[in-house]
Design a protein around this ligand. Structure first.
Ligand SMILES: *Cc1c(COP(=O)(O)O)cnc(C)c1O
Length: 433
């Protein structure tokens, strides 16, 4: 299968090129040339299949022409070493818990799949020593680093701003060792990103080493996020609850939501979507006005959604032929202030004993306000609340239990390489490896 660029100026790319390059040369995002509608028989019996088997069927529709069957199956099963259960919160609202993976956030699914797919292409080419550079403000670095941990032939450099990520986040990529190297940059996230960009544009450096990126727009991270929409549907169908399904996605860069739209395009019976924003409400405003006006992000307590120019907006436009009307018909919006998010965490915990994280809280609240009586709503609980314990604990007035996977990171030993934000220093370091 080929991949085209949303800017339509770059040549069609193979899966391998799309995965290794990430972004197309015209700076557009790659999209699969075809989105196959899966047969009715699949949907009729989907409630009898387990998560891995469902995901394998979906993965085959995308990657079946480009990856050998046995390898693809192994890749999917290996990626999904954890469940994504649907948990009841109220009679009509359900939580799709995406935090049971190694770093307790949904990015584990895409991060693990991408690491394995890239590893496969590298082995196929007989290449060794490929270097993945990733700049992170927190969550991406941990999902990518843990996804690539122990993958042969790949060295991962995680660049993060010194003192500007939470302790739990930092421990998730500085304690791993093996093929993961944490670079602690004396600067901001933007400085980290600038170093990565400069390295990719440096022909001299690239002549000395194989460089690739693992950013969130990569198709190998984006498409696997469709898997759990199918699995959520299967779980609700088993309970007779899947007929009028509304899915609500707490959104930042909109990769997660767009994967859901792709699942729907494959025939998954989702009635409609809701995109929940925090105060970074560029998409909400777009739905209302038809004008897309990016602006600098503002910090909120749902910080993984603090995005001022969502990269996957280009994919949404592409899926709906740039029609504002069509996008509005498929997706409705919501936006919440920090006070509203906090109030929701507190109220839901008091009323139902279910503990939301600040991102999931946006999703829950939008459903509670917008769900019609004949509908069932499921929101994506994108991270474990313990990852945001400093925010959540004061709201509910009690400690949050930390899952064992997170505890294990806290017991590790931090190892990082201090780095100035000057490019020459970073380049010199890479050339010495
Ligand atoms: C990344 C992230 C989001 C936003 O997902 P997008 O795909 O960028 O819209 C939401 N919640 C959490 C916890 C995240 O880490």
């Amino acid at each position: 299968m080929h991949y085209y660029s949303t800017n339509h100026q770059a040549p069609l790319a193979s899966l391998q090129t799309a995965v290794v390059d990430g972004l197309a040369v015209d700076r557009g995002l790659y999209m699969p040339e075809r989105i196959a509608v899966l047969p009715d028989s699949f949907y009729e019996s989907i409630d009898q299949l387990d998560f891995q088997s469902i995901a394998h069927r979906v993965a085959t529709a995308f990657f079946g022409e480009d990856v050998e069957p046995d390898t693809l199956k192994e890749l999917v099963f290996d990626t999904l070493s954890f469940d994504t259960p649907v948990v009841k919160v109220t009679d009509s609202i359900y939580s799709l818990e995406l935090f049971h993976g190694p770093t307790c956030a949904f990015k584990d699914v895409g991060g693990r799949f991408m690491a394995r797919l890239l590893g496969y292409f590298i082995r196929k080419q007989g290449q060794t020593d490929v270097n993945v550079l990733v700049a992170t403000s927190g969550d991406t670095g941990s999902a990518v680093a843990n996804g690539f941990l122990g993958v042969k032939g790949i060295h991962v450099y995680v660049l993060y701003p010194k003192g500007l990520v939470s302790e739990i986040q930092e421990m998730q990529f500085t304690t791993l060792g093996q093929n993961i190297i944490a670079i602690e940059v004396d600067g901001t996230f933007d400085d980290c990103q600038a170093l990565v960009k400069a390295a990719f544009m440096d022909a001299d450096l690239k002549a000395h080493m194989n460089l690739t990126s693992a950013n969130s727009i990569n198709v190998a991270r984006f498409l696997p996020q469709a898997f759990y929409y199918f699995h959520a549907y299967a779980q609700l169908k088993r309970q007779g609850l899947a007929d009028n399904l509304v899915v609500c996605v707490p959104s930042g860069n909109f990769g997660n939501l767009t994967a859901g739209l792709v699942a729907q395009r494959m025939g998954l019976p989702i009635k409609r979507f809701i995109a929940a924003n925090n105060r970074n409400d560029i998409f909400f405003e777009y739905l209302k006005t038809g004008a897309y006006t990016p602006r600098p992000s503002v910090p909120t307590i749902a910080n993984a959604m603090d995005v001022g120019d969502p990269s996957n907006f280009a994919r949404i436009l592409d899926l709906y032929g740039h029609s504002h009307e069509a996008i509005k018909a498929a997706i409705s919006g919501a936006r919440y202030t920090d006070a509203e998010i906090g109030e929701t965490v507190k109220m839901v915990f008091e009323q139902t004993n279910y503990l939301l994280d600040p991102h999931g809280a946006c999703g829950y609240r939008a459903l509670s306000e917008q769900l019609r009586p004949d509908e069932v709503g499921v929101f994506l609980e994108t991270a474990h609340p313990a990852k945001f314990k400093d925010t959540v604990e004061p709201l509910i007035g009690q400690p949050v239990a930390i899952p064992d996977t997170l505890k294990a990171f806290m017991n590790g030993t931090k190892q990082s390489v201090p780095m100035s934000k000057a490019y020459e220093a970073f380049k010199g370091y890479l050339l010495n490896q």
